[in-house]
Write a protein that binds this ligand. Sequence first.
Ligand code: G6P
Length: 609
Amino acid sequence: MCGIVGFIGKKRQAAPIILDGLSKLEYRGYDSAGMAVFDGDSINVVKAAGRLDLLVSLTHGGETTKGLAGIGHTRWATHGQPTDINAHPHLNGKGTIAVVHNGIIENYMALRKMLVGRGYEFKSETDTEVIPQLLDLYYKGDPLEAIQKVLHRVEGSYSLGIIFADHPNELYAARKSSPLICAKTEEGAFIASDVPALLKYTRKVYYIGEEEIVRLSADDIAFFDVDALPVEKEEVEIKWDAEAAEKGGYEFFMIKEIYEEPRTVRDTISPRIRDGKVVIEELGLSDEEIAEVSRIHIVACGSAYHAGVTGKYVFEGMARIGVDVDIASEFRYRKPIIGEKDLVIVISQSGETADTLEALRVSHQCGATVLAIVNVVGSSIAREADKVMYTWAGPEISVATTKAYSAQLVSLYLLAIKFALCRKQITEEQAAGYINDLKKLPEQIELLLGGKERLQRFANRYIAATDVFFIGRGIDYAISLEGSLKLKEISYVHSEAYAAGELKHGTISLIEEGTLVVAVATQKELYAKTVSNIVEVKARGAFVLAVTNVGNTDIETNADYVIYIPETNSYFANSLAIIPLQLFGYYVSLGKGFDVDHPRNLAKSVTVE
Ligand code: G6P
């Protein structure tokens, strides 16, 4: 979603650093960009709707916007259209205070009304503009005091970067429920809403806490709570390296990240298998405590939710424990019933998804223990959860998730094996068999990646498709949900996933001559049933692409095109079947000439409700 970068330097110009940092956050999704730089005299603002490139050319790469302190922003429109005027930064009327903001100020209407009543004039339609105006109202020479007063007035979520013209050697930041980090280096101090913006300069960062205020100068950073009392903070070292967030010769991040899946899966599994046993230290629960968990609630958004749907089938089948799986934006408002001995598992790549974070907080209010499966170390969800199981996918840049989703899946498998053993639903020998299958996954994924040209040829035939249906039963249904999302989100082809048995209750009426149906049939005990559904859609003229296990060659009698996945146990089939479906989505988007990594209207990390 929106991105923030700020810099205050000793000698280095702020603008080129801000533009470079913003370019590293482009993947989050945005529709306008801007920056404000203090040149020693006044604050100069340049902003424009459209891509960051436009801002780069308007400022000649930052050359024409001189100054050692500045703040920049990429905006993903929420309140008001993506126009030049609505782009950040926003200023007070005198142009002496500039603000960039991520999040939503929920009481902005009331604040705006109050400010208008006091003679303040507004230029934009944004919620953000109340902040510089409120700062103006409260500012009596002490920025910290003014920010503190503003934070007491605003409701909602925010990460803020602020500069004051009469405090040229300082840059301010604050946050609540929206990510923001800061760092100091030899050359100056930085703020950023996400790690990739800073990787080039440092790997040591500070995570700004909830409702904290930060004062940065070229050689110091000071932290304060919302009452302006000093806060002590320790630097955190980021393990990701700068190259991991670069394309490294690939045309798009998405294909690079698909290629990183074998490594991601290996890195997520291997530290948790010791002497042939699953060891998940982060869980912090004894075997007896695990055995006593009475129900699991999995809560997440988007693809992470789809991983959760698979998790439900795996936990229930393997560990025989009841699992509810919920979309976080629904869970948080539906008054969930969570028992004392229940475990809530939230899943999130970014660790910043607003609804998932709020679902975590709701779970805490219900007294539940929350385990988070998260990719970004130190993210809000990681910090607020009781236990964290990190997926070791490294930075994921493409908006459409691939490797992080795969890492989430194997994390759930590891947990399910552990739960199944502790609940005595499987023997040590069966667990060893599952572990063996888990260890084979990276190589099997590599094998599937070897078939990418065939997928590309097939995708090129379907570039003009307007409707695609994905069908499957059980875990194959969960795979279908994710396969369908991958296709639609990046190629803008309407696609739907259906539980194969449900298709005939309505949607089958949409099947006509040539409609593409992707049938996933990896679950042995459901195979014959899904084949029957293939026959049904074939009878209505569908063209069927089937994804099934190697050896099921009889499917060729009914399906028009078949992709075989290597042999694994039914529980882990998702990890293999999803690879051709990710590639299919990628190649359709590529074939249509779209910007695969930045699909329209989408954001990588959805930090607003
Ligand atoms: C956005 C992304 C999806 C992601 C979802 C949840 O919609 O585009 O790829 O699955 O958010 O994000 P999270 O960071 O919580 O996994």
